[in-house]
Unconditional design. Sequence first.
Length: 464
Amino acid sequence: MSKSSSRNILILLFIGVLMGALDISIVGPALPAISHSINIAREALSWVFSIYVLFNLIGLPLLARLSDVFGRRLVYVVSVSIFAIGSIMVSLAHNYEFLLIGRAVQGFGSSGIFPVAAAVIGDVFPPEKRGRALGMIGAVFGLAFLIGPIIAGVVLKYYAWNTLFSINVPIAILLIIGSIRYLPSKQGGTMKNFDWLGILLLGSFVGSFALALNNTDSQNFFRSLVTYPVIWFLLSAILSLTLLIIFEKSAKMPIVNLKLFKRLQIKVVGMVAIGTGIFQASFVFVPDFSVHAFNVPASKASFMLLPVVIATAIGSPVAGRMLDKLGSRIVVITGIISAGLGVFLLTLVGNSILQFYVAGVFVGFGLSMLAGPSLRYIILNEVSASERALAQGILTMFISMGQISGSAIIGAVTAPHGDNIRGYNSAFLLLTGMTIVMFFIAFALKSRSKEQADLKIVLNQEKA
């Protein structure tokens, strides 16, 4: 493939992922305007964000698997189209119910964008260049959370909130045209033996798990686990997961290839991915920590996270280059050390804003290596071409479930302390302990030489 074609593909993937990520980061600043326009109760506003994430999780295995069967181009185009339809629905919403439906459609559409993007990189780029390409895509999330609130602020100053979502439509049209022209495709597959039961069970497990934790009471977290409706959602999640494991063993084309989890690399990636998600979720609480630690207004506290976001955006391309030269184990371990050092520094911040910013840089750089290219790079090297998108989707689900769990866990640790920063210090110490565990787990990853040797075997098998 020519250099210009590779560049055009990377641009298409970059813009698609950016569009999906922005619709997470722009919602926060837009919520007051949405609430005023549609008259939504304050306690119901969180669902404008949560339902997007929930349907993103539910759609991940289906759209990722479909891309492995029918080709990347078709599913990428369909996913972008669904996202555009959801954006139109949100922009035209005049009541709460229609708004939530639109956000659900958006979330479902976005679930096919990122795993397909990562799988395309595996299809198009040679192994020695995959890390760099994944690093560029990974930087999108840091960029989205950096520019999202700024874009939202500028748009909301001059236009109605609906514009934030309707602007997705022309971008989606350009993406569809570009995808048809540049993205690789293959002859259509068949739905014969497609694992619909696995899709339903996996979606039921993820949805039930997310709803269970979303309904917990942070003030009485453990007690709320056995209250209605949390207990029923938890039981549903356990039952769905049990049935999924049983039925996937005999499925002809399983949505979750259980044999993959016999590999040590996949197990390690899964555990590190969950820990990474917990880390990401913890930073939802950092602005509130800043308010109490430094006596700053809430409007300024969010901007104090800029060092984290900038370090993430810069660190992802750096991590990508390191992957191509040094291998995944050193990158993952470096990321864990950096994130752990940063979160430990937060427990010692006191009144030092400079130390707070330094800690943020360490955390951002660490997360860029973990949530950015490294885990996806490992997955690309460990699975066959026919399972790339599905494996990327499952990795995203691990991270997302860590995020959901992290929000509940950190909330449970901090809530009993009220406004006292001791609660946040306890949470940061908990995260520090978690990074120590992740550090030792990461040493089970393959060395650079072993990684390259095994990759050559896989590539030879695919050629044969």
